[in-house]
Design a protein around this ligand. Structure first.
Ligand SMILES: Cc1ncc(C[n+]2csc(CCOP(=O)(O)OP(=O)(O)O)c2C)c(N)n1
Ligand SMILES: [Mg+2]
Length: 354
């Protein structure tokens, strides 16, 4: 006897197309015009912030930075679908998520100046810090989701991983655990087509990244990651179920991997141009303009307000004077005698004040 014992498929969802036309059958009924305008403003804000950090980095006023340009819809759509008590677990490119979750911007700039003080999430922000080791945040997120279920807090976790990150063991182990324990855990795969210089097609033979969740018994979908409404809708639907879900957002890294990278060495201008036509900001602006919800005046006013806030945050971050003694702290859970001796010696020499 031979029979099929398992089959599955992955669906793809797009609600607003490249030209700003909405599929009204799929359009969330309770999504107000005000909320879409807010999404659009947040996307603009994320892009403006991105441009500012890049410029500061080029002036020697910021350290290595991973730009988000092109990925605004994935980040803003998923972040705006969360409730305040839900916990976000980013990797290293989700600055748009931080914006929505109201991490004070001066802390972001502080981090980009190279100070860990900027990576300490204040009370109430409900998220974990920037994590650079690829995919290690996924099992952390699953562990946090386990705690939410165990303590019955009602909160869910929304974690982020890149396309490249889904090839890591941490990803599969975390999927397995989340599936077995049926945890309130939503994983956003921010598929921006590149893991530094390795293209998506060389990372895995899997037809979609979403299907990697199926073996762990987890529901998965693929969405147009440049369509903020589709990302919002998929995340909200997943969060409502309180069981694990994976959402692959198909988007594109329009800029550098980080400021230490030069993508012209490994990808063509034609590819970048092709994705520019799918710009997540442009399509939502087209949608809003068609509905008379946006115009050039509002655009100018919003950009001015956002730039002012960004400049104020940079100013605050640049006023920060670290205590050099902090280099002796946080290495061990307690301070060993040898380090204490060095700290005392440094303290009496007052070397940093000379
Ligand atoms: C465990 C580990 N291996 C390698 C690196 C170096 N590294 C940093 S980012 C990156 C690529 C990540 O690609 P992806 O997961 O697609 O995320 P993206 O950078 O595109 O947002 C690599 C290999 C690292 N930080 N951690
Ligand atoms: Mg990637």
């Amino acid at each position: 006897m031979r029979k099929e014992v398992f089959s599955s498929s992955i669906s793809y969802m797009q609600i607003i197309d490249q030209n700003g036309n909405a599929d009204m059958d799929l359009f969330p009924k309770d999504l107000s015009d005000d909320k879409i305008v807010e999404m659009y403003k947040n996307m603009l804000f994320a892009r403006a912030l991105d441009a500012k950090v890049l410029s500061l980095q080029r002036q020697g006023r910021a350290v290595t930075y991973a730009p988000l340009v092109g990925e605004e819809a994935t980040q803003i759509g998923s972040a705006m679908a969360m409730s305040d008590k839900d916990i976000f677990v980013p990797s290293f490119r989700q600055h748009g998520v931080f914006l929505v979750r109201k991490l004070p911007m001066e802390l972001m700039f502080l981090y980009w100046r190279g100070f860990e003080e900027g990576n300490m999430m204040p009370e109430g922000v409900n998220g974990t810090p920037i994590i650079v080791p690829v995919a290690t945040q996924v099992p952390h997120g699953v562990g946090i989701a386990f705690a939410q279920k165990y303590k019955n807090t009602g909160a869910s976790v929304v974690a982020y991983v890149g396309d490249g990150g889904t090839s890591e063991g941490d990803f599969y182990e975390a999927m397995n655990f989340a599936g077995v324990w049926k945890l309130p855990f939503v994983l956003i795969i921010e598929n921006n087509q590149w893991a530094i210089s390795v293209p998506r097609k060389e990372q895995t033979a899997a037809g979609t990244l979403a299907q990697k969740a199926i073996a762990a018994g987890i529901d998965a979908v693929q969405v147009d990651g440049n369509d903020v409404v589709a990302v919002y809708n998929a995340t909200r639907e997943a969060l409502a179920k309180k069981v694990p879900a994976v959402i692959e957002c198909v988007t594109y890294r329009m800029s550098l991997h980080t400021t230490a990278d030069d993508p012209t060495k490994y990808r063509s201008d034609a590819e970048v141009e092709e994705w520019k036509a799918k710009d997540p900001i442009l399509r939502i602006r087209n949608y809003l303009a068609k509905k008379n919800l946006w115009n050039d005046g509002l655009q100018k006013q919003t950009e001015d307000e956002q730039l002012k806030k960004i400049d104020e945050a940079v100013e605050k971050a640049e006023e920060f004077k670290p205590d050099p003694r902090s280099i002796f702290e946080h290495v061990y859970s307690y301070m060993p005698e040898t380090l204490k001796e060095e700290l005392d010696a440094a303290g009496s020499a007052n070397w940093w004040q000379q």
